[in-house]
Design a protein around this ligand. Structure first.
Ligand SMILES: [Cu+2]
Length: 251
């Protein structure tokens, strides 16, 4: 009798130990790494490469973007894509419906789809922050890194989605202004340059055992990232951008 209960106890302990070890092993292999080459769009000088590591048990995504060739003003950046559908990065010729020579944001969305997450530097990362200009990076060349929380729907479709980065200094004067191309089709108070897609790239899942980028809870600013305070020095055009975007967000 007594030896039977002792045996049962030993079996229970062994089962528990195996269970704990198995859980530990699962936790270690529970990440998927995605990479994306984010290529210039609309003849911008901007490009970037992205690494995104998804923790599949929590749907937390560590996103790291090394960008270059941007104007020193806020560049909105998002994960775009069509849920349960096909989406691609466009060429201008493919989507330029109004024939102005550019893929605007509404035109681009016909192939790269709606916003699924906003890659802000702090706070909300949902599509609601699409135009929260005061919370987007402002570097010309630099690194964005942040761990964000995804919904299950977005997490499960990451390798069908894209990173799109906005803001294209078409006339090359170092700021967003109306120039010859006027105001944004999204908001008549914003220069078209400020919202124009400047770079787009597809996220592709890497084979298991890919590079771990580590996970942190906060955004980090890399070399060359300009303090948001410089927004105020960006001139009337950028000020208007901020105003319009905040209004859009608060809609
Ligand atoms: Cu976007």
């Amino acid at each position: 009798m007594r030896s039977t209960s002792r045996l049962a106890a030993i079996v229970a302990i062994v089962a528990l130990t195996v269970g704990v070890l198995a859980t530990g092993a699962l936790a270690q292999s529970d990440t998927v790494t995605f990479r994306g080459q984010i290529n210039s769009l609309n003849d911008s000088a901007a490009s970037a490469n992205a690494t995104a590591t998804l923790d599949e048990s929590t749907n937390q995504l560590n996103v790291r973007i090394n960008g270059q060739g941007f104007v020193a003003a806020p560049h909105a950046q998002h994960i775009h894509g069509v849920q349960s559908g096909q989406s691609t990065c466009p060429t201008v010729g493919q989507v330029d419906e109004d024939g102005d020579g550019f893929a605007s944001t509404p035109e681009g969305q016909t192939t790269y789809g709606p916003i699924q997450a906003s890659l802000t530097t702090e706070g909300d990362t949902s599509p609601d922050s699409a135009l929260a200009v005061e919370r987007f990076p402002t570097y010309e060349t630099g690194t964005y890194s942040r761990t964000i929380q995804l919904s299950q729907d977005v997490a499960s479709e990451l390798d069908r989605l894209h990173i799109v980065m906005h803001g294209n200094d078409v006339n090359g004067n170092g700021e967003y202004d109306a120039g010859d191309i006027g105001m944004s089709p999204l908001n008549e108070e914003l220069p078209f340059e400020a919202t124009m897609p400047a770079a787009c790239g597809t996220l592709t899942a890497q084979a298991a055992g890919g590079v771990q980028t580590g996970a942190g809870g906060t955004a980090e600013t890399g070399a060359g990232m300009t303090p948001l305070a410089l927004l105020a020095a960006g001139g009337l055009a950028v000020g208007g951008f901020g105003f319009g975007l905040r209004r859009a967000v608060n809609r």
